[in-house]
Design a protein around this ligand. Structure first.
Ligand SMILES: O=C(O)c1ccccc1N[C@@H]1O[C@H](COP(=O)(O)O)[C@@H](O)[C@H]1O
Length: 241
């Protein structure tokens, strides 16, 4: 059985690595330099980095140069999220050398463009399904964007390669992942799913690992690492077992 991939997160707001609670603007705790954080996760053995431009996601500017600098400094695979909504922002994201990008708002508001870039770029495109209940949220998670399962069916039909599923109610809370949501999504798609939101312990990671046979490929870990609930080395060991 393949092991669960771990993607430590670096979310960037106003040039700083931050964690939010429920993705709410203004709930930031700052953790300093994004480059230092990313390099620390790489040194600890990460194979992936989940790098988010929160200003671009919220529409409060962007950290594009910094994101490109961090991505360029990485030897590991980078997944980029936040504000990738049109040809220019997608070209800038892909030009960083990242392995793939996550589209959020665009998948809700620009379905024709998303179908086009999925056809053009294949598995370099993932879609972030950020949900409250089963309602998708876009524009920095501030606006409703339709039903999770209807959107998933459309994206599946368009050939979307992968989904990053975030339970907003869990994100940044250290309350544990929404395993039911992950199971429900895996039950209706054959595409790999990356779990996001709520991881608080090594036990949570082991619980997500049990969903690998159902289609969960990876887990994004944020707050728990920054709050030192466990180390990345411990997490990698826990999912390797
Ligand atoms: O990661 C977060 O905490 C987050 C919080 C609020 C909004 C977005 C967030 N992150 C990721 O950004 C993209 C969505 O950006 P966009 O809608 O495409 O501009 C998505 O992957 C979110 O999970």
């Amino acid at each position: 059985m393949p092991k669960l991939e771990l993607l430590p997160a670096v979310d960037v707001r106003d040039g700083q690595a931050v964690r939010l609670v429920h993705g709410e603007s203004g709930s930031e705790t700052s953790y300093g330099s994004p480059l230092e954080a990313a390099l620390a996760w790489q040194s600890a053995g990460a194979e992936w980095l989940h790098l988010v431009d929160l200003d671009a996601a919220f529409g409060t500017g962007d950290n594009r140069d910094l994101i490109a600098e961090v991505t360029g400094a990485m030897d590991i695979k980078v997944e980029l999220s936040g504000g990738i909504r049109d040809d220019a922002s997608l070209a800038a994201a892909l030009a960083t050398g990242c392995r793939r990008v996550n589209l959020g708002t665009a998948a809700l508001e620009s379905p024709e463009w998303v179908a086009k870039v999925i056809a053009e770029h294949g598995d370099k495109i993932a879609v972030g399904l950020d949900v409250r209940g089963t309602t998708l949220r876009g524009r920095g998670w501030t606006r409703d964007g339709g039903d999770l399962y209807e959107t998933l069916a459309r994206l599946d039909a368009e050939g979307c390669a992968r989904y990053v599923v975030t339970d907003i109610a869990k994100d940044g809370t250290l309350e544990g992942p929404n395993l039911g949501l992950l199971r429900d999504v895996c039950a209706v798609t054959d595409r790999p799913v990356v779990a996001s939101g709520g991881v608080s312990s090594l036990a949570d990671l082991r619980a997500i690992s049990l969903l690998v046979p159902e289609g969960v490929e990876g887990a994004i870990v944020g707050k728990a690492l920054y709050a030192k609930e466990f180390t990345l080395e411990e997490a990698l060991k826990a999912v390797a077992a």
